[in-house]
Design a protein around this ligand. Structure first.
Ligand code: NAD
Length: 359
């Protein structure tokens, strides 16, 4: 049965995936309203949504609203879900929960905020939605955006993760995401709560904060600075273009089965060093910029996603080949210098740039 939401509440919508997802939904789905609730941590940036706000905000077609708020604020979350926070918008009938602390290296330096935001934040949101549904039973969906990292690490010849692979997270970040997933699962089982979980591989594309691998390498190569690569550079990740992720989430929102888990991947498994070389090639920069640095503690060797379920049941396919997606992404960073230079100057340096320590 198809579910057609009239109003999505996107948490963490000022982050990388959230801002791309909101742009995608408002651009593709004419009748939908989107409420973006974001605490605007170092990773949240409303400049990533300036075009969306101009076209769909209060001075445009009024399908987009922003709330500066924290998912750990139960009272606020209850008001938002009852439809009391934005007077002219409908009450949300679907939550796409993306708000999180998302950077593994930061979780190694300080796990506390990961537990608080990713676990307690998810729990608060679940409680607010459950309370709302108790008094106003209506069609509703909660989609938890999670990660392949909850499954742990694969050896080179292991089969890819499926939705039934046991959870075995290895970093404080992935442990906090796995914990949140288990809370969501428990609400489905215990309270008949209408939730679905998606787990995706590494996203890349426009508006990604330059502490993550691809934008870090692009911005440093453009400045002819050394490119820090962990260990031997042979850790393998699957790469998913963020617009393909957006279309996958929409497929799950509209067609996913309550209680199910869906893996999402880009069919692009690559060693990190290959990704870095691709970036250098796109920019015409020399490989002598590559500098191997001490490996990350507990660094997972390989992630790979079996995406048969979402492809078969929901008819979704990734639209970007990696070579095309990476060239498009590099071009975006070349065309949007102002966006990332401001991020680097104003937020990144002020909040303890991690990789810069290696240079
Ligand atoms: P991001 O760090 O770019 O954005 C996170 C957003 O959440 C920011 O805008 C931040 O301000 C907001 N936020 C943080 N704490 C909050 C709070 N307490 N209340 C409200 N907002 C808060 O992250 P991203 O890369 O866009 O990832 C989005 C989601 O997707 C996360 O849940 C992440 O775990 C998951 N994910 C990301 C990737 C990836 O490759 N980027 C891969 C797998 C899963």
């Amino acid at each position: 049965m198809t579910f057609t939401p009239s109003c999505l509440l996107v948490t963490g919508g000022a982050g990388f995936i959230g801002s791309n997802f909101i742009r995608w939904v408002l651009g593709h789905e004419g009748g939908v309203h989107v409420i973006n609730l974001d605490a605007l941590t170092y990773a949240g940036n409303l400049e990533s949504l300036q075009d969306v706000d101009a076209e769909h905000g209060p001075s445009g077609d009024a399908r987009y609203s922003f709330i500066h708020g924290d998912v750990r604020d139960l009272d606020l979350m209850e008001r938002v879900l009852r439809g009391e926070a934005i007077p002219k918008a409908p009450a949300p009938d679907c939550v796409v929960h993306m708000a999180a602390e998302s950077h593994v290296d930061r979780s190694i330096m300080g796990p506390g905020v990961f537990v608080d935001t990713n676990i307690r934040g998810t729990m608060t949101l679940l409680e607010a939605a459950r309370a709302m549904l108790k008094t106003r039973a209506r069609p509703f969906r909660f989609v938890q955006i999670s990660t392949d990292e909850v499954y742990g690490s694969l050896a080179a010849d292991d089969p890819a993760f499926t939705e039934t692979t046991p959870l075995a997270p290895n970093s404080p970040y992935s442990a906090s995401k796995a914990s949140a997933d288990l809370l969501v699962r428990s609400y489905v089982e215990t309270f008949d709560f209408p939730a679905i979980i998606t787990r995706c591989s590494n996203n890349y594309g426009p508006y990604q904060f330059p502490e993550k691998l691809i934008p870090l390498m692009i911005t440093r190569a453009l400045a002819d600075q050394p490119l820090p690569v962990y260990g031997d550079g042979r850790n393998v990740r699957d790469w998913l273009h963020v617009e393909d992720h957006a279309s996958a989430i929409w497929s799950v929102v509209t067609g996913g089965e309550i209680g199910a888990v869906y893996n999402i991947g880009g069919s692009a498994e690559l060693p990190n060093i290959t990704v870095v070389r691709c970036v250098l090639q796109c920019l015409g920069k020399p490989e002598s910029l590559i500098k191997y640095v001490q490996d990350r503690a507990g660094h997972d060797r390989r992630y790979a996603m079996n995406t048969d379920r979402i492809c078969r049941e929901l008819g979704w396919q990734p639209g970007h080949r990696f070579d095309v997606g990476i060239a498009k992404t590099v071009q975006w960073y070349l065309d949007h210098r102002q966006w990332w230079e401001r991020v680097l100057n104003e937020a990144y340096r002020a909040t303890n740039a991690l990789y810069l320590k290696h240079s």
